[in-house]
Structure formats: structure tokens, C-alpha cells
Design a protein around this ligand. Structure first.
Ligand SMILES: [Zn+2]
Length: 120
């Protein structure tokens, strides 16, 4: 029996199996396991494609733009420092958020029975 959508999303966000919440969903950084080691839920066939990067960019935009705008408004650092900070912070945050965003997508797609190669 599949869990409710919100629970699968939460489990995926925590990089855990959307079915049982115990098994890990990645064997490497973004490489999903073929099946959950705990409950056997098939996860490796699900293709999240561009949804996880899109979600990561959406989240990072809502963090970085106000943060850098506030820093620029109150401290007025040189432009090169703002740009360098934005690139460095953006890269670090993207690498940190992306696995969680992909886990969320994986959990959503698993609970809805989607594979990512649907034609409609
Ligand atoms: Zn599981």
C-alpha cells in the first residue's frame, strides 16, 4: 500500500524511500538505487529529468535574490564581490539542495505511479 502523497514527499525530501521511509534512495550523489534495500520498492526506473533542477533554481532564486539585494542595500560592497559571492553561494546551495529536490520529485512520481517517460 502506497503512503499519502504528503508523506511520500516528506520522505523523498529527506532522501529516504517514499514507500517505507527507512531505505536510502541514492547509491551515489544523485544516482538512485534500483530498489529500496528495506522494502524493495522499485525506484531506479523513475526519471525525474529537469524537474529537480527546476525546483532547485526556484528555491535558490527565492533565497539568493533577497539575500544579495539586502546585502547590497545595507553594505554596498563592490560589484565583483557580490557577483563572486552569488556564484560561490549559488553553487554550494545548488549542490546541497539538488539531492533533496530530486528526492521530493522521486517520492511524488513513485506515489503517483509515474515513470517519467509517459507520452501524454
Ligand atoms: Zn523502502
Amino acid at each position: 500500500m502506497r503512503p499519502p502523497l504528503w508523506r511520500a514527499l516528506w520522505r523523498g525530501l529527506r532522501k529516504r524511500c517514499p514507500g517505507c521511509g527507512a531505505g536510502r534512495i541514492y547509491k551515489r550523489y544523485l544516482k538512485p538505487v534500483s530498489a529500496c534495500a528495506n522494502c524493495g520498492a522499485a525506484l531506479g526506473h523513475i526519471r525525474t529529468d529537469d524537474f529537480a533542477p527546476w525546483l532547485t533554481i526556484l528555491i535558490l532564486g527565492h533565497i539568493l535574490v533577497p539575500l544579495l539585494g539586502t546585502i547590497d542595500y545595507f553594505f554596498t560592497p563592490p560589484l565583483w564581490l557580490i557577483l563572486l559571492s552569488a556564484v560561490a553561494l549559488g553553487a554550494i546551495l545548488a549542490l546541497a539542495v539538488l539531492p533533496h529536490a530530486k528526492g521530493l520529485c522521486l517520492g511524488m512520481m513513485w506515489v503517483l505511479g509515474l515513470r517519467g517517460d509517459e507520452q501524454h
